[in-house]
Design a protein around this ligand. Sequence first.
Ligand SMILES: Cc1cc2nc3c(=O)[nH]c(=O)nc-3n(C[C@H](O)[C@H](O)[C@H](O)COP(=O)(O)OP(=O)(O)OC[C@H]3O[C@@H](n4cnc5c(N)ncnc54)[C@H](O)[C@@H]3O)c2cc1C
Length: 383
Amino acid sequence: MDFELNEETRLFRDQFRQWVERDLLPLEEKEGIHQDAPVPEAIAKRVRMQSADLGFYAHHMPEEVGGGGLGQVVSVVLREVAGQTGSVLADVALAGPEGPSPMHVVFNAAQREKYLAPVIRGEQTCCFMLSEPGAGSDAQNIATRAEKRGDVWVLNGTKHFITNGPHADWGVVFATTDPSKRARGGISGFIVERDQYAIGRVHHGMAGFEGQAEIVFEDVEVPEAQLIGKEGWGFAQAMGFLGNGRLNIAAGAVGVAQYLLDLGVEYAKERQTFGKPIAERQGIQWMIADSATEIYAARNMVYHCAWLVDQGRDATKEMSMCKLYATEMVGRVVDRMLQIHGGMGWMRECKTEAFYRSLRVLRIVEGTSEIQRMMIARAELAR
Ligand SMILES: Cc1cc2nc3c(=O)[nH]c(=O)nc-3n(C[C@H](O)[C@H](O)[C@H](O)COP(=O)(O)OP(=O)(O)OC[C@H]3O[C@@H](n4cnc5c(N)ncnc54)[C@H](O)[C@@H]3O)c2cc1C
């Protein structure tokens, strides 16, 4: 058994870390960028395009669409480093929901050239429109409808919680094309351009700013050329790539947990009570020990799962396990590290406070903890 990363991956990881530390962290400091406010689009675009030039932004996309063609192990390594640096812009530099996704590989040649290529270069952004007020976890229950009229599809319905919806140049929307079939050949995906949909309510989340929105379709005519993949199968095709996103979230959670543990250790060594640094108290040491142990477990799960993916093995269950464990783990770690900081940990001037709020969402997006447990249990029961 060999647990070492190969030299190419180590070099790539070190280049990414050096770029984040040398360019992105000072830029954040200079521009006053922090977790509680959206990154100004001009800066985000500059970071995306620079990341694309350096080969980081689309490292996970196949070479045939202009990506780096690098495997899942490389992806988790970069996501973990991004988390470890505590940098907001490092997340922008690695394609999130607004960037290229393996799901986009189902685009045909014309769609790849017109829509995907500018997103891979970091010039444009996109969004993913699946959730609706009446359908979240139970996504196949969506009410948005696409009906064929002549040579166009007519879309009606409302999506909500859509990240980057108001700012995206285009998005992929899922709509029922055959209600009797639903997930089995009845839900299709369509590319919609920004001027084809309306923005409804804008959601103000716990992270402190308006990052998600409602998207409204009212008799929106979409040409056949904007249908993705096979009619009726867009949803099934997209779901096939959800696991990669789950694993990337888990890797980011491991990185952030390490960043928070480092903050807690540093503070525990400095802060004195009753004449001694709090690091010398067993109550504090146990919080550090439990956090370090759980980070070690989560990191090994994530790396092993990424390795399974790169071997071409089915890792659907393991991806759910990683997402479940790592996102719940980082919640426990941030809570302990805030506690180690005492009153200061609760104040806006301490980094633990913003992470305490922003990390909470990881147990909800890309399949809630309960949905991951449901999938793991189903796989176990089917053995
Ligand atoms: C910050 C943020 C960004 C998002 N970005 C996007 C986006 O870009 N695009 C997009 O399409 N969606 C997006 N979403 C939506 C997200 O995918 C959904 O919120 C998520 O899938 C959960 O759906 P729901 O909110 O409708 O909760 P529900 O499905 O209503 O679930 C409510 C509760 O019931 C539990 N539950 C549901 N079913 C079961 C079950 N069978 N067994 C046990 N428990 C169950 C859930 O775990 C949860 O605790 C985003 C959400 C957030 C918060």
